[in-house]
Design a protein around this ligand. Structure first.
Ligand SMILES: *[C@@H]1O[C@H](CO)[C@@H](O)[C@H](O)[C@H]1NC(C)=O
Ligand SMILES: *[C@@H]1O[C@H](CO)[C@@H](O)[C@H](O)[C@H]1NC(C)=O
Length: 421
């Protein structure tokens, strides 16, 4: 009968062949296992009861659906339940049982129907299903095992890799450090060697340069000496020429100067002579007048101070050394004032020689209207030398003079002729 059914199905080409995995696939996936096409149908055995299943249909009016995770679970539920003769199962894991009588099925794509048959189970088919199930289980177990092993292997591998990597890194760092240390040491050695070579090379080159420089310096020195000698000779020539020119110029200038000086001296001598003549004439007139006056008893007489021997004896010294107690002297009718220890400027100086005393010079000055006063220095005076201050502007300027008493400057002047300050 079983054979016939299969033959029939095959001959008619109706539906599809039964699925070997419909009752052995767990969970909702069992719907797809049972119904590879919407019209699939087949058989499965639960505890010696053969169930027929048909895809894409549903029995209306069944009991309230109960939960069944797979086709097999729904079939088992029906097999255990005495009044159950058929059932509907949906891929949404609902199982609805029915009694002996069931209506004509409705077409619903997501359901399949189960019907108990009175057929004897096919041992071969059952065995095949069991074997397949065992095979699948074994396969799945194997896959799980393999996965586990793979994961473990991967973990182990990763750990080993990490360890190896860490070790390698550590070793690498160590090697690098060693290499660096070695390299540094070598580098230092090389540098030292290079430096030593360079130093010795440098020293050698410096010596060579120094030797060359010495030679150059000697050459330069000798060249310099030669040039200097030449220059010196040139300079000597120039200097000789210059000297000779200077000498000539000087000789010319000197002779000119001498001539001019002689002329000047001559002129001065002439002037002095003329002046002396005039003065002698004046003095003679004065003396005559004095004589005449003396004879008549009312002549010009010098003041007592001008006759005081304390001032007159050795007048070059006594007039200013402290022994003479007078400041005012009238000589030849002209009043003079003494100003000791001063040097005098702003007049035209005339040098008078071979006079016998300061009073001699003073008397002479009295007779010359241009004479503002007489100056002297004791050390020169004792040799008869005094100097007359002839007027330029009518003023004489004095400044204190502090020297050795014998070299001290003194002045005796005419207040009515000169403003002295
Ligand atoms: C001054 O000289 C005169 C004559 O040479 C002399 O008689 C007189 O004693 C002197 N007077 C003084 C103070 O030295
Ligand atoms: C002039 O100076 C001298 C010192 O150098 C002094 O002894 C003398 O008394 C002074 N003469 C007058 C008049 O001040």
């Amino acid at each position: 009968m079983h054979f016939t059914f299969y033959l029939l199905v095959t001959l008619l080409g109706v539906g599809t062949t039964a699925s070997a995995t419909c009752f052995t696939t767990a969970g909702p996936a069992s719907f797809k296992a049972c119904c590879p096409t919407p019209q699939s149908s087949g058989k499965g055995t639960i505890s010696g009861v053969v169930f027929k299943y048909t895809c894409g249909q549903f029995f209306n009016g069944g009991e309230s659906p109960i939960s069944a995770s797979s086709v097999k679970e729904c079939a088992e539920e029906c097999q255990k339940t005495p009044h159950c003769n058929s059932a509907s199962w949906s891929a949404k894991q609902k199982c609805s049982l029915l009694g002996e009588k069931y209506p004509a099925p409705m077409k619903v794509g997501s359901w399949l129907t189960l019907q108990k048959t009175a057929e004897e189970p096919d041992p071969e088919q059952d065995c095949k299903e069991l074997v397949d199930a065992a095979k699948r289980e074994a396969e799945s177990k194997c896959t799980t095992e393999k996965d586990r092993l793979q994961r473990e292997g991967e973990t182990q591998c990763r750990t080993e890799k990490d360890t190896a990597l860490t070790n390698a890194n550590t070793q690498c760092q160590k090697d690098k450090d060693t290499a660096l240390t070695n390299a540094n040491a070598q580098c230092q050695k090389d540098k030292d060697a290079a430096l030593a070579n360079a130093n010795s090379q440098c020293a050698a080159e410096k010596d060579k340069l120094r030797a060359e420089a010495d030679t150059d310096a000697q050459q330069a020195q000798s060249q310099c000496t030669t040039e200097k000698d030449q220059l010196r000779q040139q300079a000597d020539t120039v200097r000789t020429q210059c000297q000779s020119e200077k000498d000539t110029a000087l000789t010319n200038s000197n002779s000119q100067c001498t001539t001019e000086k002689d002329q000047l001296r001559q002129q001065l001598a002439d002037a002095a002579r003329q002046r002396d003549t005039e003065r002698d004439g004046l003095q003679k007139q004065l003396k005559d007048a004095q004589d005449k006056a003396g004879a008549s008893g009312g002549g010009i007489t010098d003041s007592a101070s001008a006759q005081d021997s304390a001032c007159i004896n050795n007048s070059w010294n006594s007039l200013c050394s402290g022994s003479c107690g007078h400041d005012t002297f009238t000589v030849g009718g002209v009043e003079f004032k003494r100003k000791c220890n001063v040097s005098t400027r702003d007049g035209r100086e005339e040098q008078w020689y071979d006079r016998s005393s300061v009073m001699d010079c003073v008397r002479e000055c009295a007779g010359i209207k241009a004479c503002l006063g007489v100056g002297w220095i004791a050390s020169q005076g004792v040799k008869g030398h005094c100097h007359a201050h002839m007027t330029v502007s009518g003023r004489l300027r004095t400044t204190p003079s502090r020297g050795h008493p014998l070299n001290e400057h003194h002045l005796i002047y005419v207040p009515t002729r000169a403003s002295v300050w």
